[in-house]
Every structure is written in structure tokens, then in C-alpha cells.
Design a protein around this ligand. Structure first.
Ligand SMILES: Cc1cc2nc3c(=O)[nH]c(=O)nc-3n(C[C@H](O)[C@H](O)[C@H](O)COP(=O)(O)OP(=O)(O)OC[C@H]3O[C@@H](n4cnc5c(N)ncnc54)[C@H](O)[C@@H]3O)c2cc1C
Length: 383
């Protein structure tokens, strides 16, 4: 295993960092405060192929490896996590299932438009009674001629307020005794697709997270993704990949908070010397630097396994579990190092602190990641 980033990864990091610092840093605090989705910056990101990170070139994507993809998400999230969330959900859980499960016709119809950002994707699994328990979905899809009629409500849909397409998990009749979930490609222009109000969130406020309502929503049968009854398989496979994205996002937030804390510690004087000269603050900084480095190794290990074509679900869960808890700890320490100023919206660490928390919750809570990891260990998938 190589531990130094190669030139390609360094170039990608430099270029995304330049974009994020030029285009996102000046607006990040304001779009958070006003909960505004930054349309102009997103348009620029479409031109940079940030919406087709792992889409093959034949469909207009950038065809990046998984470490490069993680670096893009890290660098955007280092500056503006809400935009990082838009990018990682689009690429990681809306586009990825097309790469894994779509037929050729569906790939040709949707991948070029997803990769160019002409259409932005969402992933709608969660419902009021189906959170951690993804098998409890109640939305239904009933066959009617050459269409399915969908009814139900999805909640907490990232990109929900602006998405042009969402993958909807719904119960269908199969030849099994029980209803099983299936996945449908649902365009926002389909009759019966409605959006709820935007959520008023603690963090990630510039992402238009919303509910989606399916009211006799008519979906052509050709928009069934994969086979009937494959919902759980598609959901779990997709979430394995999505967790790499959330880990990258968490790591980016941690990096941003850590850099801000180090800079502040060098500048802030108390007792007639910089607080960085105090042993306690140095201990905090040492812990932050060490945990962040460990988190990055776990993340890139999951990416490397994925690119080798090896199973990576357990390693993705470890990366998500660890990176998100590191993000929460580092952002909390960053606020601590800023003292009272860290609790003010005048400083970015206050926003990082709020943004970090949800990385321990979405795409499977930390408790669920531990279940995934323990299951793999106990069944000796890993030792
Ligand atoms: C900002 C945001 C964006 C989101 N984006 C999306 C999205 O794009 N698409 C989507 O489908 N969903 C999305 N979600 C939903 C998210 O994935 C769920 O909130 C998450 O899976 C947890 O489900 P829940 O909120 O129902 O919590 P619950 O499942 O009710 O969990 C409550 C608590 O119980 C614990 N718990 C539950 N079951 C177990 C168990 N078996 N063992 C141990 N502990 C357990 C949980 O870990 C948690 O601590 C988003 C959520 C947020 C906040």
C-alpha cells in the first residue's frame, strides 16, 4: 500500500481547493445563515465535471478513481459542507446506483445528463417510520398497465428542494409472499411528484433538504431500476458507497476546523503570549492532527478496496464511523480553542461544529455502522 498521494491526487486537491477558496469561501457563511442554495457556484461546478465524478468518459463523466472522488468531496466540504453534501449525494447515492444497476437504455438516457449536472439527483429511502430500519418503507408502487403508480412520503431528502430526479424506494408485489421494495427512477416533472417545505436544519443549511410527496405519481415501467424486489440490495450496495462520501465530507469539515483552530491559536494572545504556546492547547492540536491523519488512512483504504473491486462495505462503515466521530471531536475542540469567539457566527468554526454532527447520523447512524462492522467481524468477513 502506498501512503503518499500521487501527483494526480495532488493536482486534483490543488485545483478543487482553489475553486472552493475562490468561489465558496466568500459565500459559505452567508448561504448558511440564510439557508440559500448557491445556484451560481453550482453552475460553475457543473462545468468542472463535479457532478460526474465517477461516470465513465463515454457518458461525459470525469471517470475518477475513488480516492480522487473523496478528495473532491473533502476539499469542497473543507470550505462549505452543505455544497459538499449536494455533490456527494448526487455522485455517491444518486449516480452510483445507475452505474451498478441500470440497464443500457437507462444509462444512455440519464447518465450524460446527470454527469453534466443538467439534472441533479437525490436518493429517497427514509420515511417517517423507516429510518435506521430501511426495511419498513411504506411507500407503494402499484402496476397499472405500462406504468407504476407511486404513493407515499419521503422525508429528509438531501437536494430534495432542487432535484430533477430521485431514486424512490417503494413496496411492490413480487412473486414472494411479502411485499418487497423496489427502486424507481422518478423525474420531478412526473405527474404526482410534489416537494415539501425545506427543512430548517441545525447544520448543512444551504442544502435544500426537504420531504417529497408521491401522490398517484405515474412512473413508466421502464424506470424500474434493477429488478423488481431488489430494493434492499440496491439500497445497501448504494449506502456502502455513500458512506465513503460521508466519511470524505466529515474529514473535509474536520480539516477546515483544524486549520482555523491552528491559525487562531497562533494569533490569539493571552497571558502575553500566543495560546498556541500553552501545553493544553498544544495537546488539543496534537490530538486533532493525529486523529485526522488516522481518519484519512481509513477513508483511503476503503476507497482503494473499492477500486480493486474487493468488498469494501465494512471498511466504508469503519471510515464513516471514525471520520464522523473525528469531525465531531475536532470541530468541538476548534470551538474550544476559539473560546467565546468560537461560539459566535463571526467565526467559521461555529458552522463547522453544527455541520459535523449530522455526519454521525445520515446514511446510517454511528450505531448502525457499528452493527455493520460487528456483523462483518463476527461472520469473519474481516479479522
Ligand atoms: C440533513 C439530513 C439529510 C438526510 N438526507 C437523506 C437522504 O438524502 N435520503 C434519505 O433517504 N435519508 C436522508 N436522511 C435521513 C437519515 O439517513 C436518517 O435520519 C438516519 O438514517 C436515521 O434515521 P432516523 O432519523 O429515523 O433515526 P432512527 O432510526 O429513529 O434512530 C434513532 C436512534 O436510535 C438508534 N437506533 C435505531 N435502530 C437501532 C439499532 N438497531 N441498534 C442500535 N441503535 C439503533 C439510532 O442510531 C439513533 O440513535 C437525512 C437526514 C438528515 C438529518
Amino acid at each position: 500500500m502506498k501512503f503518499n498521494p500521487c501527483m494526480k491526487h495532488k493536482l486534483i486537491r490543488d485545483s478543487v481547493r482553489h475553486f472552493a477558496e475562490t468561489e465558496l469561501a466568500p459565500i459559505a457563511a452567508e448561504i448558511d445563515r440564510n439557508a440559500v442554495f448557491p445556484v451560481d457556484a453550482i453552475e460553475k461546478m457543473k462545468k468542472l465535471n463535479y457532478f460526474g465524478l465517477q461516470v465513465p468518459k463515454e457518458f461525459g463523466g470525469a471517470d475518477l478513481d475513488s480516492i480522487s472522488t473523496a478528495i473532491v468531496v473533502e476539499e469542497i466540504s473543507r470550505v462549505c459542507a452543505a455544497v459538499g453534501l449536494c455533490v456527494t449525494v448526487h455522485n455517491g447515492v444518486a449516480v452510483y446506483p445507475f452505474l451498478q444497476f441500470a440497464n443500457q437504455e437507462q444509462k444512455e438516457e440519464y447518465l450524460p445528463r446527470l454527469a453534466s449536472g443538467e439534472i441533479i439527483g437525490a436518493f429517497s429511502l427514509t420515511e417517517a417510520n423507516a429510518g435506521s430500519d430501511a426495511g419498513s418503507v411504506e411507500t407503494t408502487a402499484v402496476k397499472n398497465g405500462r406504468e407504476y403508480i407511486l404513493n407515499g412520503t419521503k422525508i429528509f431528502v438531501t437536494n430534495g428542494g432542487i432535484c430533477d430526479l430521485s431514486l424512490i424506494f417503494a413496496l411492490t408485489n413480487t412473486d414472494q409472499k411479502q411485499l418487497q421494495s423496489s427502486v424507481f427512477i422518478v423525474e420531478s416533472s412526473f405527474a404526482g411528484f410534489l416537494r415539501g417545505e425545506l427543512e430548517d436544519l441545525c447544520g448543512m443549511r444551504a442544502n435544500p433538504v426537504s420531504s417529497l410527496f408521491l401522490e398517484d405519481c405515474r412512473v413508466p415501467e421502464k424506470n424500474l431500476l434493477g429488478k423488481l424486489g431488489m430494493g434492499m440490495k440496491i439500497g445497501m450496495t448504494t449506502l456502502d458507497n455513500g458512506r465513503i462520501g460521508v466519511a470524505a465530507q466529515a474529514l473535509g469539515i474536520a480539516q477546515g476546523a483544524y486549520e482555523a483552530a491552528v491559525k487562531y491559536a497562533k494569533e490569539r494572545q493571552q497571558f502575553k503570549k500566543p495560546i498556541a504556546s500553552l501545553q493544553t492547547i498544544q495537546n488539543y492540536i496534537a490530538d486533532m492532527a493525529t486523529e485526522q491523519a488516522a481518519a484519512r488512512l481509513l477513508l483511503y483504504r476503503a476507497c482503494a478496496l473499492k477500486d480493486e473491486g474487493a468488498p469494501f462495505g465494512c471498511e466504508a462503515a469503519m471510515a464513516k464511523l471514525y471520520c464522523s466521530s473525528v469531525a465531531s471531536r475536532i470541530t468541538s475542540l476548534a470551538v474550544q480553542i476559539h473560546g467565546g469567539y468560537g461560539y459566535s457566527k463571526e467565526y467559521d468554526v461555529e458552522r463547522y461544529f453544527r455541520d459535523a454532527k449530522v455526519t454521525e447520523i445520515y446514511e446510517g447512524t454511528s450505531e448502525i455502522q457499528r452493527m455493520v462492522i460487528a456483523r462483518a467481524v463476527l461472520s469473519q468477513l474481516i479479522l
